[in-house]
Each structure stands twice: as structure tokens, then as C-alpha cells.
Ligand binder design. Structure first.
Ligand code: NAD
Length: 471
């Protein structure tokens, strides 16, 4: 029986390994993590992450060929294939601070693999890493090899949170990069055979190591770029009376462009887009390509601008001040169907409103009060000038409350901001919400999910991203 061990039981490690275990019943899969809390959650009924369909997959395999453990050394030493899916955040200090990937977790995982291994291993980069990371990992492993053969593969993960299980069941492609040596080719073949249990052969792509590593950064940069492009157009729509949904539809009908990822919004979030573009920017700078670096930087700048523009619109619409006014914030996760709040635009929007002394009442179906308070209390890292900005003042923290549903959040509010596209926000009883709000009652739809015409009939003043403004 092939033994797989995955280091890192997070948003990627957990779901990917659960699907491998489901689709490959003859493979034993163990997911290990240094976080005791995370592992005990994976072993409980309350999994540590919310992802549609995940509970079901875990239930089918846990105790059969899928397990979760904190005994990292034991399972790494016993494995044939080791996936490394640890976090690779942006560095916050030292060389490359604010842009480069922090590979501390990766390096310590590699050193630990070298320490505990007693047999040959295939080590798979599952985390998103800078191009050429495999070279560094190879150095660490081979210089500590004790005669063991290591093959390093790059197998970046393209799943999106909120649709992770669906993406893993039916991936657009699985990418495997390896060395063009007999050992490298054999390792690629071994990993291919794992995926071939459910992924059609023409969707399994093999490349050299560097192409695979760079493809992941490039894919995220392209996706984020589409969002920033449509958001840039949304600003122009508001200035001219064009409607961004109509423009995006017309543009997306061009088969060279396509319709996906063209929804205007308050901005993108999540743990990957900004981090991976910053990393790309840093790699360009290190390779003497400042103009290319500036090109990609602009994607993030537009994203920041879109959040600022949204806050400014709220304040300007509400007679140039939100001081002392209650604003209901519906949605805090960075997108629907996840409880993940990393880099969510809601953090910047809430901070902007709090900065103008609004009182903010937040409701999100999957985000806990603790998480919201933690996120809002955290310092914002300024990637352009890598210094930590001041944390929120204790008084600002007191201006925040967390509601247990949308109606409670909006009770007595002057305005409602929709910041996550949760389906339930489309079907709320907006009549009821309107009755319980201050008048005039405003809705600022940062995801273009509500029927603005219907809301206007009720009496709301509505602002939708990139749409003609309310009369
Ligand atoms: P995460 O923070 O949710 O999980 C990482 C886990 O690794 C944590 O639980 C941490 O405790 C564990 N860990 C760190 N060092 C360890 C060590 N030495 N031994 C054992 N465990 C260790 O991160 P994530 O969202 O799963 O992302 C992981 C990687 O995948 C990142 O590089 C990310 O960029 C990439 N990625 C993420 C997504 C996504 O949607 N989240 C999608 C594709 C790729």
C-alpha cells in the first residue's frame, strides 16, 4: 500500500488529502500538523474549516484510509510520498519584507524530513512557492541525505475556497513538474498514477519544475488581474452612466476573453491573490525586471483603490459623515461559502467606516465574533512601505458589534453594506429591514447581489458597484 503523508492540515492540505483518500482507497493518507487544535478539530464532528461537501468526504474516509495526527515525525518517516502544504505568507521583516514569500515553515519542514527519513521519498510542493524553491529544498535534503534519494516535485493546488471539493473532484488540470532525469520522470509517473484514479489523463499536465512553480503564481496573478480590470472599469461606469454588468457581459461574450471572473465588487481578498502577486513582484525585481514588477503591482493598487472608493461612497452618500451612525455590515468572509477572513475586503471597509467614527454591526453566517474582533484589532501591514501601521484604538474596537442575523445587524441602522455575496442576502426580507432602519435608509451593495430596482421601490437609496447612481 502506497503511503502518503501531508504536512499541513489547512485549507489546502485537509481537503486535497481527503479527496485523494476517497478516490484512492488503496492508498493510506495521513495529514499531520503541529497545531494540536487543528488536528483535534479534524478528528471531531466540527471540522476546522467550512467547505461545502467536505464533511461528507471526510466522514467516508476517516478511520478507513484517512487519518489526522500530530505525530509528524512518525508519519513522515513512514511515507513514500510527502506533500508539503504549509503556509507561505508574505515576509514581514528583513530582506524582501512586504513582498517576498516567507519560507520559514517550508524550510523547517524540509529539515525535519531530512532528519527523520530512513527510506527514499518523493517530496511534493503543494504550497504556493516562489519559482526556484525546489532548488533550495533539494539542497537542504541532499546535503543531509544520509544516502537517501529524494525527488522533488511541484504540484501546485488550483482549488478555490468555497468550491474546493468540486474543484478537486473535477479539476481543470492537475500540474506536475519534475526534474528531467530518470529519477525525476519516475517520480512524476508515480504521482500521475495517484491522480489518474479520477482525473482524465488529458487533464494531467507535466512540465519542468520551474514552469510548474511559476504557473501557480501566474494563474493567481491573471485571475486577480481580471477582477482589478473589471473594477477599474466599474469606476468609469459610475462616472459615465454605463452599467458594469452590461459592459462585462458584452466584453465576456468575446470568446477570446470569456465570461468568468468579470464580476465587479468591493475588491478581492483571500490568503492567496495579494500574497502571490507580491511574491511575483519581488521575483521580477530580483531578476532585474522593475517594469514588469510595476505592471503586476498595479493589480493590487486598483484593489486597494476599490475598497477606498467604496468607503468614500458610503460616507459621501450619507451627507459626508458616518460619525455616530450605525452601519450594518452583511458578510465578513472574503467570499461566499467559506468562513475564511484572510485579507477580506471587509477588514479595510470596516476600518474605514470606524475611522470616520461609525458604529458597525456585523453579521456573517460562517464567521465567529472572536474572528471578527481579532481581524479588526490586527495591524494592517503596508506592503508598499513595509512598516506596521497603528493598531485600532480600544475605542474603535468598542464601536464594533457582531449580530446573530442580518435583521438584528440592520435594526436602527442608517445604512447597510453588503460585503460578501452569500446567497441568503439575495432573499432577505428587505421590507422588514427597511421598516426597522433610520430614514433615509441606504444600501451599499459591494457585490451587486440585490435587486436594486426592488429595493428602490421599497424606499431604499441604493448604491451598486459600477451602476448608474440612485436619483
Ligand atoms: P493554512 O494556514 O490553512 O495551513 C497551513 C498549515 O500548515 C497550518 O495548519 C500550520 O499549522 C501547518 N504547518 C506549518 N508548519 C508546519 C510544520 N513544520 N509541520 C506541520 N505543520 C505545519 O494554509 P492554506 O490556506 O492551507 O495554504 C497552504 C499553502 O497552499 C499556501 O502556500 C497557500 O498559498 C497555498 N494555497 C492556498 C489556497 C487556498 O485557497 N487557501 C489555494 C491554493 C494554494
Amino acid at each position: 500500500m502506497v503511503k502518503i503523508c501531508c504536512i499541513g492540515a489547512g485549507y489546502v492540505g485537509g481537503p486535497t488529502m481527503a479527496v485523494i483518500a476517497l478516490k484512492c482507497p488503496h492508498v493510506e493518507v495521513v495529514v499531520v500538523d503541529i497545531s494540536v487544535a487543528r488536528i483535534s478539530a479534524w478528528n471531531s464532528e466540527q471540522l476546522p474549516i467550512y467547505e461545502p461537501g467536505l464533511d461528507d468526504v471526510v466522514k467516508q474516509c476517516r478511520g478507513r484510509n484517512l487519518s489526522f495526527s500530530t505525530d509528524v515525525h512518525k508519519h513522515v518517516s513512514e511515507a513514500d510520498i510527502i506533500f508539503v502544504s504549509v503556509n507561505t505568507p508574505t515576509k514581514t521583516r528583513g530582506l524582501g519584507a512586504g513582498k517576498a514569500a516567507d519560507l520559514t515553515y517550508w524550510e523547517s519542514a524540509a529539515r525535519m524530513i531530512a532528519d527523520v527519513s530512513k527510506s527514499d521519498k518523493i517530496v511534493v510542493e503543494k504550497s504556493t512557492v516562489p519559482v526556484k524553491t525546489a532548488e533550495a529544498i533539494e539542497k537542504i535534503l541532499t546535503h543531509n541525505s544520509k544516502g537517501i534519494n529524494y525527488q522533488i516535485l511541484s504540484n501546485p493546488e488550483f482549488l478555490a475556497e468555497g468550491t474546493a471539493i468540486e474543484d478537486l473532484f473535477k479539476p481543470d488540470r492537475v500540474l506536475i513538474g519534475g526534474r528531467e532525469t530518470p529519477g525525476g520522470r519516475k517520480a512524476v509517473q508515480t504521482l500521475k498514477e495517484v491522480y489518474a484514479n479520477w482525473v482524465p489523463e488529458d487533464r494531467i499536465l507535466t512540465t519542468n519544475l520551474w514552469s510548474a512553480e511559476l504557473s501557480k503564481l501566474a494563474a493567481n496573478a491573471f485571475l486577480a488581474q481580471r477582477i482589478s480590470s473589471v473594477n477599474a472599469i466599474s469606476a468609469l461606469c459610475e462616472a459615465t452612466g454605463a452599467d458594469v454588468s452590461e459592459v462585462a457581459y458584452a466584453v465576456g461574450k468575446d470568446t477570446r476573453i470569456g465570461p468568468k471572473f468579470l464580476s465587479a465588487s468591493v475588491g478581492f481578498g483571500g490568503s492567496c491573490f495579494q500574497k502571490d502577486i507580491l511574491n511575483l513582484v519581488y521575483i521580477c525585481e530580483c531578476n532585474g525586471l522593475p517594469e514588469v514588477a510595476n505592471y503586476w503591482k498595479q493589480v493590487i493598487k486598483i484593489n486597494d483603490y476599490q475598497k477606498t472608493r467604496f468607503v468614500n461612497r458610503v460616507v459621501a452618500s450619507m451627507f459626508n459623515t458616518v460619525s455616530g451612525k450605525k452601519i450594518a455590515v452583511l458578510g465578513f468572509a472574503f467570499k461566499k461559502d467559506t468562513g475564511d477572513t484572510r485579507e477580506t475586503p471587509a477588514i479595510d471597509v470596516c476600518k474605514g467606516l470606524l475611522g470616520d467614527k461609525a458604529t458597525v454591526s456585523i453579521y456573517d453566517p460562517q464567521v465567529t465574533e472572536d474572528q471578527i474582533q481579532r481581524d479588526l484589532a490586527m495591524n494592517k501591514f503596508d506592503w508598499d512601505h513595509p512598516i506596521h501601521l497603528q493598531p485600532m484604538s480600544p475605542t474603535a474596537v468598542k464601536q464594533v458589534s457582531v449580530a446573530w442575523d442580518a435583521y438584528e445587524a440592520a435594526r436602527g441602522a442608517h445604512g447597510v453594506c453588503i460585503l460578501t455575496e452569500w446567497d441568503e442576502f439575495k432573499t432577505l426580507d428587505y421590507e422588514r429591514i427597511y421598516q426597522n432602519m433610520q430614514k433615509p435608509a441606504f444600501v451599499f451593495d459591494g457585490r451587486n447581489v440585490v435587486d436594486a430596482a426592488k429595493l428602490r421601490e421599497i424606499g431604499f437609496i441604493v448604491y451598486s458597484i459600477g451602476k448608474p447612481l440612485d436619483a
